[in-house]
Design a protein around this ligand. Structure first.
Ligand code: C2O
Ligand code: CU
Length: 438
């Protein structure tokens, strides 16, 4: 993880939440039309939690745990989440990261709703249209609130998948660097190896989530593995790999699938590791690290509704850069969009139905995971090379130093949306703009 802090010292710990993730299945109470309703309550509250490092910290949690409870819902269902705020003196919201919800449900404090005040509550309702791996987090002062623990996973199971499937191990692994602002600089990484006993032959699906701003390196060794989905959208390339090393950008998700072999399989997120073992033992972790996976494919053209050669109704270029400025009254690096910082970055204006092309040009020395709310972007090209293989859809695209990406999306979800760097400290320093509909 990288620099966390914009003010005071910060305690930080890398936290790798695997099966320890608390899971909630919605109470399936009523049917809306022919769809079920999955109801949940998430209560924002302070709690003392134990990080993987062993350290006990005073975190901000949903329902007393961080990561917050994993919300497990079925594709097509109506999801209804009541957010209750019991934090002292701070407002919170819930943003459904990667889910293209109606604008009023997007949870952006000051844009789509007011922050939910202490003692108050708010009900979010949206349909789980697309199966996949998503996450939720507070979107009020998010650089502080997410780091302190106000986030969790949202998993949408395919329409016909059983909620409990004994032949499949389905596990979400959130990688988080915890931190607060109490001035205690106890920088640390979790080192404990977690173990899971998994019988040979069992299918394992790992849903990797990076809640941090910098890319996290996830490495899986010990079994042939397939990348099944990126940012909640299935991919069919590059097929089965001998192992995987993946730079999961800030806010992004990757789903990996493998069949449990007779030997241990190790998943490592930078330092911390989880070992999946047929016998519950640790086993050797000696396999050489595989090469880094490149999600961009340049092979067979894929059938998508639009592509690099389409006619675009609007084209925008966003230059990601850095410059010295002031932040909270002190000299600091500011991250800029077209040489401006929020709220001075001009809005992207579109009309309903437009096909929109955006070119992200990173002139800075940092990674900027650009997250567009309410829409999914198809990656058209990187550094001038057209991507043509398995359609690569993202909601959060890590644009590395010096890189240029062309992406496209269909403007089909009217409202006022954010497009911002998901390095939330960069966003707090001004790397935010809005997408609006005329
Ligand atoms: Cu995951 Cu605007 O945020
Ligand atoms: Cu950034």
């Amino acid at each position: 993880g990288g620099a966390v802090d914009t003010g005071g010292g910060a305690a930080e710990h890398q936290h790798l939440g695997g099966r320890s993730v608390t899971e909630l299945t919605g109470t399936d109470t009523a049917a809306a039309g022919d769809a079920a309703v999955d109801r949940f309550t998430l209560t924002a509250q302070e709690a003392t939690v134990r990080l993987d490092s062993g350290e006990q910290v005073a975190a901000w949690t949903f329902n007393g745990v961080t990561p917050g409870p994993q919300l497990l819902v079925r594709q097509g269902d109506l999801v209804e989440v009541t957010l209750v705020n019991r934090l002292p003196g701070v407002g919170v919201t819930l943003h459904w990261h990667g889910v293209d919800v109606p604008n009023a449900m997007d949870g952006v404090a000051g844009v789509t709703q007011d922050a939910v005040a202490p003692g108050a509550s708010f009900v979010y309702r949206f349909r789980a249209v697309q199966a996949g791996t998503y996450w939720y987090h507070s979107h009020e002062m998010s650089s502080v609130q997410v780091r302190r623990g106000l986030f969790g996973a949202l998993v949408v199971l395919p329409r016909d998948a059983p909620v409990r499937d004994d032949d499949t191990v389905d596990e979400t692994v959130l990688r988080h660097i915890w931190g607060n602002e109490d001035g205690v600089a106890t920088l640390g990484l979790a080192s404990g190896v977690q173990r899971r006993a998994v019988p040979p032959g069992r299918q394992v699906r790992l849903r990797l989530v990076n809640t941090d701003g910098d890319p996290a390196t996830f490495t899986l060794t010990g079994a042939p593995v397939r990348v099944a989905a990126i940012d909640g959208t299935d991919v069919h390339e590059p097929g089965v790999l001998p192992g995987a090393r993946i730079l999961v950008g800030g806010g992004a998700r990757y789903d990996l699938v493998f069949t449990m072999p007779d030997q241990p399989v190790t998943l490592r997120a930078d330092g911390p590791a989880i070992v999946y073992s047929p016998h519950g033992d640790a086993g050797p972790d000696s396999a050489a690290a595989p090469p880094v996976l490149d999600p961009a494919r340049y092979g067979t053209p894929a059938a998508t509704a639009f592509g690099a050669d389409s006619h675009f109704d609007r084209r925008f270029t966003l230059r990601l850069d850095e410059r010295l400025g002031f932040y909270d009254g002190r000299p600091a690096v500011r991250y800029t969009l077209n040489d401006a910082t929020f709220p001075d970055v001009p809005m992207l204006m579109v009309s309903d139905g437009d096909l929109v092309e955006v070119t992200y040009v990173n002139r800075s020395g940092q990674h900027h995971p650009m997250h567009l709310h309410g829409h999914h972007m198809l990656v058209l090209s990187r550094d001038g090379r057209t991507t043509t293989g398995s359609p690569w859809w993202v909601d959060t695209l890590d644009v590395g130093p010096g890189e240029t990406y062309r992406v496209a999306f269909r403007a089909d979800n009217p409202g006022m949306w954010m497009d911002h760097c998901h390095n939330l400290e960069h966003a707090a320093s001004g790397m935010i703009l809005h997408l609006g509909y005329t």
